[in-house]
Design a binder for this molecule. Structure first.
Ligand SMILES: [Zn+2]
Length: 399
């Protein structure tokens, strides 16, 4: 059930729990694609089980049966939210499914002060399930501002008896020292590349996570599976070593994030962008030599790059361009191209002629791409791509 690379953390937790040495607050830190949410949920299951043992929850008790229906009276999750979502109580809920399957929204969410107050109230009520206590999972603690952190601090310092708070954060640095000092910290380590690749190439993992409740009948399950598969255009092509390597490189080698990218088919779109950049650069050499004649063709190729880039979401765009810049910098530093999937598979060796200061400048421009402020023009990637190709222009003509 639990991803294999998470087992050591889980076992450590189980040992502490069974020996009654568990701290009442924990922070799990790491890239979202490493599976911190799944780990937190499994920890909560074990914590609330009435007959836990070192192998996991019993699976039969009242608590375990409630978990199988993905809603437990003594477990709630605090999510980042928009003001609207918080008004509808979607910010603090017994619905566990959003922990494992959550739709991306384009509006910005934050961890709210009101949500923190709801947590304190919930923990102060007595446990409803007649079980061993209460658990709160805070999903996205790095998006907790100072006032939200202060609102939860007291509960974090003096938790009600038999309660456990698990915070999930992208990095420990984004949390206040006062919060950090109170909790047991679990820092998820990177998964070795070979293990991550093997995970993605295993057909058993090449499908979306679909949550079924124990009482769902066969038809409901089949229908939900079919619907989820329809949302995975990336599965129309087989997932190959090449695709897995590209997706991992673009997602900091976090297996679950790479998997999401593969299911969406965004790895192929990303490779397409790099191939079009290379094509435009190769044509720009010609453009310099007889500028007038080839200018129209050159402009068309730049537009091809921009169109290909726009097929990706804004976060994916900046993910791709920053990884591409990093790979070019590494390639210039003589890192072998077998370790640089974008350069290798898009045959982008020509990018090594870009100047280092220009690459840093391009990296700097990237922050405008992800910024959702309406004041920042959405032309940033266009300007970036143009600047890149322009910077390569002199090379072929000097030969
Ligand atoms: Zn149980």
């Amino acid at each position: 059930m639990l991803y294999p690379w998470l087992m050591p953390y889980y076992q450590q937790f189980a040992t502490s729990l069974l020996q009654n040495r568990l701290a009442s607050s924990m922070i799990i830190s790491g890239h979202e694609g490493l599976g911190g949410r799944e780990l937190a949920l499994e920890m909560a299951k074990l914590y609330l089980c009435l007959n836990p043992n070192e192998n996991g929850p019993c699976g039969h008790c009242r608590s375990c049966l409630a978990m199988a229906r993905l809603t437990h009276p003594d477990l709630k999750v605090a999510y980042t939210s928009t003001a609207d979502e918080a008004d509808n109580d979607l910010d603090f809920t017994q619905d566990l499914s959003a922990l494992l399957v959550r739709e991306e929204v384009s509006t910005r969410r934050s961890m709210r002060v009101d949500t923190m107050r709801k947590i304190t109230d919930f923990l102060n009520e007595s446990a409803a399930g007649g079980g061993r206590g209460k658990v709160v999972i805070i999903d996205g603690a790095h998006l907790m501002g100072e006032s939200a952190a202060n609102a939860i601090l007291k509960t974090f310092e003096e938790p009600s008896p038999n309660s456990l708070i698990i915070m999930l954060t992208k990095s420990l640095e984004s949390l206040l020292p006062t919060i950090l000092s109170r909790a047991t910290k679990v820092v998820l380590k990177d998964v070795p590349v070979a293990e991550a690749t093997a995970f993605l190439l295993d057909p058993a993992n090449q499908k979306p996570v679909v949550l079924h409740r124990v009482d769902d009948d066969e038809a409901t399950i089949a229908e939900a599976d079919r619907e989820a598969l329809e949302k995975c255009p990336g599965l129309q092509e087989p997932i190959t070593q090449k695709r897995a390597e590209i997706a991992l490189a673009l997602n900091s080698y976090a297996p679950l994030a790479a998997k999401q990218m593969l299911l969406a088919g965004d790895d192929s779109k990303a490779l397409d962008v790099v191939e079009k950049i290379v094509a435009a650069i190769n044509s720009s050499g010609v453009a310099v030599q007889s500028y007038q004649k080839n200018n129209i063709q050159y402009e068309a190729m730049i537009n091809d790059v921009i169109t290909a880039l726009k097929a990706l979401s804004k976060p994916r765009q900046s993910q791709l361009l920053s990884e591409l810049i990093l790979e070019v910098l590494k390639y210039k530093a003589y890192v072998d191209e077998s370790e640089l999937p974008l350069i290798q598979y898009a045959q982008a060796q020509v990018l090594q002629h870009l100047q280092v200061d220009h690459l840093f400048e391009a990296m700097d421009k990237l922050r405008y791409i992800e910024d959702r402020s309406p004041l920042i023009p959405s032309r940033a990637p266009v300007a970036l791509i143009r600047a890149w190709i322009k910077a390569l222009n002199p090379i072929p003509s000097n030969r």
